[in-house]
Design a protein around this ligand. Structure first.
Ligand SMILES: [Zn+2]
Length: 491
């Protein structure tokens, strides 16, 4: 089945048969987060999408080296190499060290990925850990004549590169339009042309994050880190590079230009991009208030979607759309996903209770299994895969009601395939909805129950107070009565 996977290559604008450079090995680089704030749901969608892709490649038997970086320096506030470094700005506003900002939001990012059951990458390199590699690349680009130094900063010469190569091949932007549309901003006079981009920026005296280089004390341009780290861990040419759609231009376009100016070979065979997540029909943005953080989704503490939804429900909701489609998150949509996920979970339990019969199966199990793989082989089409899983759910229920039969060998195929796709590929687990109730809510509920029990005891309603004690004990919560009152202990 390995040789029938088709992926949509953004560079070509079409689906192509996936053929890795080395048989059975896949090198995959995904642009990770800039850790200056809590990770937002749109980013989570990107990482959940690539988690699905990573899991499926592994399921097919590929040995995947998955590199996902952490941007902890060099990402300025806007794309024109202007404004403050995002991490340095946060550090200034919160009066803490930039590396404290990095640590805080890296921990948050890992926590969210863990909650969403996103597998960790094979390597998670940081920009600040690869300053030397970035400086070496700048030297090569200057030597090849595609970059120039002005006042301690180094810029990539886009027009010169475009004379011999094609700048804009990934995003479809035309150089003439870029020239026409790029404004020359104040303080950008160092650049020969406004569409040039920074490889190295000289640090202003107040800029805290700085490193020595042959040109100045400064910091690398954002696009350079991904070229440096992908080359270091995956080589000059590798299989898959991905990220959110918003990274296509300028970030990924600049990565291609950098790599091609060094080696004159296209660095990546398949470029994959995930689409946007909207909320209640509108773009998510902190500035408009149309925004929910993952934790606010899990505990219901927000004004837009008040009911709490578990990370698994949110993950399942996201996988119910294809990664290249826009999806809109809303309470209704999440409730539907919650129900759907519960049906799948119940089927896993029902499946264990089914006993096979000697007669033939009233369901073409081999064709069903093939259709599951066919869906995923068609550019990782998880919504179609999920539809096939629901077909199996219907069949499982009819067998469970003794209306249909299943043979022993088919039951084996059904169990194995269902488990592979549910756990390994879709990355769903069987935690119940209670994982969305946070400890503060749980404590509130238990305090309330203790109060009710106290009232019952005061009015000598021992039947009720004993019922509460015994019911809680069944949930491994023990009530201890003493002279000063009652307390509970979760065993
Ligand atoms: Zn990147």
């Amino acid at each position: 089945m390995n040789n029938s996977l088709f992926v949509y290559n953004s560079l070509k604008g079409k689906k192509e048969l996936f053929k890795p450079i080395l048989e059975n090995y896949v090198g995959m680089y995904i642009c990770g987060p800039t850790v200056y704030n809590y990770v937002h749901l749109g980013n989570c969608r990107t990482f959940i999408s690539f988690d699905l892709i990573y899991r499926y490649l592994k399921h097919l038997g590929y040995k995947v080296r998955y590199v996902r970086n952490i941007t902890d320096a060099g990402h300025l506030e806007n794309d024109e190499d202007e404004g403050e470094d995002r991490i340095a700005k946060k550090a200034r506003l919160e009066k803490i060290e930039p590396m404290e900002v990095v640590q805080r939001y890296t921990v948050d990012f890992h926590d969210k990925m863990d909650k969403f059951n996103v597998l960790p990458p094979s390597i998670e390199p940081t920009a600040t850990g690869h300053i030397i590699e970035q400086i070496e690349l700048i030297k090569l680009i200057i030597n090849n004549g595609f970059a120039y130094e002005v006042n301690g900063s180094v810029y990539f010469d886009v027009l010169k590169f475009n004379r011999e190569n094609h700048y804009g091949k990934l995003s479809g932007r035309k150089i003439e339009e870029l020239i026409h549309n790029t404004r020359s901003l104040e303080g950008q006079n160092d650049k020969k042309n406004p569409q040039d981009f920074a490889l190295w920026k000289k640090a202003e005296p107040e800029h805290i994050m700085r490193w020595p280089s042959p040109w100045s004390d400064g910091f690398p341009g954002w696009h350079l880190e991904c070229t440096a780290m992908s080359r270091k861990y995956l080589g000059k040419k590798f299989d898959i590079h991905g990220g959110g759609m918003d990274l296509k231009f300028p970030h990924h376009e600049c990565e291609i230009a950098q790599a091609e100016s060094i080696e004159n070979i296209s660095p990546v065979n398949y470029w994959l991009h995930t689409n946007m997540l909207t909320l209640n029909g509108k773009k998510m943005a902190k500035s408009t208030g149309n925004n929910i953080l993952p934790d606010e989704m899990f505990n219901g503490s927000n004004n837009l979607i008040k009911k709490p939804f578990s990370p698994m429900t949110v993950r399942f909701f996201m996988l119910q759309a294809h990664y290249r489609s826009i999806i809109d998150i809303s309470q209704d949509a999440l409730e539907a996903s919650e129900k759907g996920l519960n049906r799948l979970k119940e089927s896993l339990t029902t499946l264990e209770k089914i006993t096979p019969s000697n007669s033939t199966t009233n369901f073409d199990m081999v064709a069903w299994k093939e259709s599951c793989y066919k869906a995923m082989n068609d550019d990782f089409n998880s919504p179609i895969l999920i539809a096939h899983l629901f077909d199996a759910v219907k069949f499982i229920n009819t067998v469970s009601n003794a209306k249909k039969q299943i043979s022993e060998s088919d039951l084996h195929i059904l169990k194995e395939t269902f488990h592979h796709f549910y756990f390994d590929v879709l990355g769903l687990n069987i935690k119940t909805h209670s994982d969305s109730i946070n400890t503060i809510q749980l404590k509130g509920v238990l305090d309330l129950v203790l109060d009710l029990r106290k009232n019952a005891r005061n009015s000598k309603d021992f039947k009720t107070s004993d019922l509460i004690r015994e019911s809680l004990l069944k949930l491994n919560i023990q009530i201890n009565d003493s002279e000063i009152g009652s307390s509970y202990k979760i065993k």
